[in-house]
Ligand binder design. Structure first.
Ligand code: ADP
Ligand code: MG
Length: 504
């Protein structure tokens, strides 16, 4: 069968590390990027006699995520031990949630490319569940020896498990992108794939088009960039198509992706799968999340990406612009604040162009180092030397004709170089004020026209191109400060007068 005869079915398991001051089950401090093995306590090391206590802030974060994506929250959920032996797991088991997770159902909305007429159309990818657990430490294999860092051991995680409802590698990447945006809007995680605060395992299977039963799945582990999510899933689809076409069966396996070869390879098959010996965690009672807690968490939810996109489109922005502005909630907040400060909703497109164009460009050059996959606009905006109000002021000067658009770009760049200066201060100090004074410009035009009789003759003889020469001369003489529109009008008027006086 050809590739087109198979339907692709994908389900994702995404781990997201929650941004809390302390770990999931102990008061041990945790933050990313610290010296290895400096954020450990007796519990982290699994010393005898230590007991787990759930971190309220982590549960709160997890709860807000579940509510944001429409999960149902059972009144009680249970902790479970998942046993395995590995150097990064000092206790010998991980505390997770097995058959009674804290959140069931829900969905992530992804762009629906089947409806090209409606760029805001979405497709709901239903979730199976979300559960909380603790992270393991981190091994670094350095040739002959391995290094281990226990800082991450015990860090709080949520695992978001989708139903097998994604249909392509591109949809899978869209799903993870939406999920990342949501958790960042909620402020519950840095959700950075490079740093491992967002990690993805992809389950892939094929079935003949039209079949209802699911095919045998393989699970690709540890996909740590959007590029690899797509590439690995596509590689796995190719592998399975080849197997099925050769009359062989897909064997349920755990796969790894080799970017160098652009291939997935089998790590272990189901027969060799670990038996984790799950059992209920005896050191903690069930977790109770009551109606009052749910109501309070619900009330704390911010407007989420799709709602903000739709609101921006209602302001008259294109779906594309709305998508760019809402990719980071900080950027969307900045835009909203700048537009509000403009006091004129009809300026939405103008403000959007300034924010997504000039401002982002300056922010990028300002922070040229340490960029992750181009996705951390929010972090860069945090140190932006131009406040939304200052940008609105600048736009106001352009709209009022006080300065030209070109001058405004220079003024913006200067505020970046000299934070604290207001647009008005720089416009006055550096002489950006545009001359719109009709009389003054007309006088300039007359002088230039008189000084260039030859060009004037050409123009009056119908050589329209020479018009540009005169406008250019006025701009030069005015040091770029003449309002080009007024110059055009003045030139028109002067020429008309001349034509009249030359008539017999
Ligand atoms: P496990 O915990 O053993 O990995 P789950 O039933 O929790 O198994 O499923 C894990 C993930 O695999 C889920 O995201 C689910 O949607 C996905 N999945 C299950 N069956 C298939 C399949 N046949 N094809 C693709 N994905 C699947
Ligand atoms: Mg799994």
């Amino acid at each position: 069968m050809a590739r087109a005869d198979y339907e692709v079915v994908i389900g994702l398991e995404v781990h997201c590390q929650l941004a809390t001051a302390t770990k999931m089950f102990s008061g041990c401090a945790y933050s990313i990027g610290d010296e290895p093995n400096t954020q450990i306590d007796a519990y982290t090391l699994g010393l005898p006699g230590t007991l787990p206590v759930p971190n309220r802030a982590a549960v709160e974060h997890a709860l807000r995520l579940a509510l944001a994506v429409g999960c149902e929250i059972p009144p009680l959920s249970r902790w479970a031990r998942k046993h395995y032996f590995y150097p990064d797991l000092p206790k010998g088991y991980q505390i997770t949630q097995a058959d009674q997770p804290y959140a069931l159902g829900g969905a992530i909305e992804i762009p629906d490319h089947d409806q090209p007429d409606d760029p805001l159309a979405t497709r709901r990818v239903p979730l199976l569940r979300i559960h909380m657990e603790e992270d393991a430490g981190k091994n670094t294999h350095a040739g002959e020896y391995s290094l281990i860092d226990y800082n991450r051991a015990g860090a709080p995680l949520v695992e978001i498990v989708s139903l097998p409802a994604l249909r392509s590698a591109a949809e899978a990447a869209d799903y993870v992108r939406e999920l990342r945006t949501i958790v960042r809007y909620l402020g519950i995680s840095a959700a950075n794939m490079e740093q491992g605060t967002l990690r993805c395992d992809a389950n892939v299977s094929l079935r003949p088009v039209g079949a209802t039963a699911l095919g045998t799945r393989c699970e690709i582990k540890n996909l740590n960039s959007f590029k690899f999510i797509e590439a690995a899933i596509n590689a796995e689809i190719r592998r399975q198509v080849d197997l099925l076409d050769a009359g062989e069966a897909v064997i349920q396996s755990t796969m790894s992706y080799d970017p160098g070869r652009d291939q997935t390879k089998v790590m272990r098959t189901k027969e060799a799968a670990a038996d984790y010996r799950y059992f209920p965690e005896p050191d903690m009672p069930p977790l109770s999340i009551d109606a009052a807690w749910i109501a309070a968490a619900k009330a704390s939810l911010p407007a989420l990406p799709w709602a903000r996109r739709r609101a921006l489109v209602q302001l008259g922005l294109s779906a594309y612009d709305a998508g760019v502005l809402t990719a980071d909630h900080e950027l969307a907040d900045y835009f909203d604040a700048a537009l509000a400060a403009c006091n004129d909703p009809s300026l939405a497109k103008v403000v959007c162009n300034w924010v997504t164009g000039e401002l982002l460009k300056l922010l990028k050059t300002d922070h040229a180092e340490g960029l992750d996959d181009g996705d951390n606009t929010g972090g860069r905006l945090a140190g932006c030397p131009v406040s939304p109000a200052a940008l609105a002021e600048l736009i106001g000067h352009v709209e009022a004709g006080t300065i030209s658009g070109r001058a405004a770009k220079q003024v913006l760049a200067k505020i970046f170089a000299e934070p604290g200066q207001s647009p008005a201060q720089i416009i006055e100090r550096d002489g950006y004020r545009q001359v719109s004074d009709q009389a003054a410009i007309t006088q300039m035009v007359r002088e230039i026209v008189n000084a260039h009789p030859q060009q004037l003759e050409q123009l009056l003889a119908g050589k329209a191109k020479v018009r540009g020469f005169f406008v250019g001369q006025v701009m030069r003489v005015s040091k770029g400060q003449a309002n080009p529109q007024v110059v055009q009008q003045a030139l028109e008027a002067v020429l008309e007068q001349l034509a009249k006086t030359q008539e017999p």
